[in-house]
Design a binder for this molecule. Structure first.
Ligand SMILES: Cc1ncc(COP(=O)(O)O)c(C=O)c1O
Length: 422
């Protein structure tokens, strides 16, 4: 018989990948919305989260929306992407980074990842402009809260007169050269999805220094209503505004952003220390120029310490080997002690939905012309795997990174990982 008490206990004691952490003020702001009857997409909580976000990130204008995906969609529209337009996109990211390009009829062309920060490779981006000089928009994400090579990417965009959209959904609070991520693009997006560093249960925000752009997004996101006594529409509209109830949660969370980052950093450091004897590395960052928000701690196994692992479209198999392991074995082991890990976000160029899209590596090749997968085993002229995203996906995994995870739970996870390599 199904044991509800046992299931509930397992749920409550689980070490999650990243779950919401509430503090109390969130409920007060929700109550305020209820008691003042601003149960709507207008209200004090919305005004306040827009003020807080623009102040924190350092952009002049912030528009609160129903999701980070909605913010990215608005950004793609602002960038003027039209049906058939190619758009250069981060490859190793969540699909919400690139789907909005397709909503507008655009065609994502994926730019491979670099090993230093696991983000868009500026070298591959430059090469991509050689093949497709007509491209006018670039969408770049900061994976797992680690800032990418912002200056290099911005320089390439400037050189080619391309608009930059920054997907800072995972990196709120992370800085690059002392500046917050979410301010480097022409149009930027953050997310308050339930798994993010701070959350509203849902929600997102469009950030920009362009007043006209912000005004457009306010209009488009409220069904593009014109200023008339009746419902008057000249443009296509969307129901994308944030609810004042959700905004209450975000408002209550904002003061805890730095505390969450400090907890996540401590988790990262504990993993780094606990795993230092193993043939693995933590997800890397450029410690000179950037300070991540450490949203997710990840690890990658050295090539020589990988046992055999094969992944199909839905299943994975591995053959255990003494002294070696693989993400599938480690994820199984973590799950067996009621902890949640996850494979690295599967690169977009490997996703069935995007199999016909272009993909460019640092050598300017990939499948731009042939549409054929290049093998993960193919090496570049520098002797390293040519398809970096595929390689990191193969050898890496996301570790339980919840800020409510106890030190004891984390120690147990580290032990279990060590056992995999025994
Ligand atoms: C990199 C990235 N971009 C975009 C999104 C979309 O945000 P949302 O879930 O708020 O729509 C997410 C997360 O969900 C994300 O991780």
């Amino acid at each position: 018989m199904f044991d509800f008490t046992k299931e509930r206990e397992a749920f409550e004691n689980k070490a999650w990948l990243s779950s919401p952490t509430m503090h109390g003020p969130e409920l007060e702001y929700i109550k305020e919305a209820y008691e003042t009857n601003w149960m709507s997409t207008v209200g004090a909580n919305i005004n306040e989260v827009e003020r807080l976000a623009s102040e924190k990130v350092g952009c002049k204008y912030a528009v609160a929306l129903s999701a980070g995906t909605a913010a990215l969609h608005m950004a793609v529209k602002l960038a003027g992407v039209k049906p058939g337009d190619k758009v250069f996109c981060s490859d190793m990211t969540f699909d919400a980074t690139v789907n909005p390009v397709v909503y507008e009829g655009g065609v994502p062309v994926f730019i491979d990842t670099e090993y230093d920060t696991w983000n868009m490779d500026p070298v591959a981006l430059e090469k991509a402009f050689v093949l497709y000089p007509e491209v006018k928009v670039v969408v770049t994400a900061h994976l797992y809260g680690t800032p990418g090579k912002v200056d290099e990417i911005r320089n390439v965009c400037e050189k080619h007169n391309a608009i930059l959209i920054e997907d800072a959904a995972e990196s709120l609070g992370a800085t690059y050269k002392g500046k917050q991520t979410g301010q480097f693009g022409d149009f930027n997006a953050i997310s308050f999805n339930g798994n993010k560093i701070i959350t509203g249960s849902a929600g997102g925000m469009l950030l920009t220094d362009d007043e006209e752009a912000a005004k457009k997004v306010r209009k488009w996101s409220t069904q593009s209503r014109e200023n008339a006594p009746w419902y008057q529409h000249e443009e296509l509209g969307y129901n994308y505004r944030m609810s004042n109830v959700i905004a209450g949660v975000v408002r209550g969370q904002f003061p805890y952003l730095e505390e969450h980052i400090a907890q996540k950093k401590a988790i990262y450091e504990r993993y780094k220390d606990g795993l230092k004897e193993l043939p693995v590395h933590m997800n890397p960052y450029d410690g000179t120029n950037s300070e991540p928000n450490f949203w997710l701690s990840c690890m990658i196994i050295e090539p020589d310490a990988m046992c055999k692992q094969v992944r199909g479209e839905q299943e994975a198999l591995y053959i255990g080997e003494q002294g070696k392991s693989c993400p599938t074995e480690i994820l199984d082991a973590i799950a067996s002690i009621n902890a949640e890990g996850r494979p690295i976000w599967k690169p977009m160029h490997m996703q069935p939905i995007y199999r016909m899209n272009g993909f460019l590596t640092r050598e300017g090749n990939g499948r731009a012309k042939t549409n054929a997968y290049i093998s993960g085993g193919t090496l570049g002229k520098d002797g390293k795997p040519l398809d970096v995203g595929m390689d990191i996906f193969h050898r890496g995994l996301c570790l339980p990174s919840d800020n409510k995870m106890t030190v004891e739970q984390q120690k147990r996870i580290i032990e279990v990982i060590k056992e995999c390599f025994a």
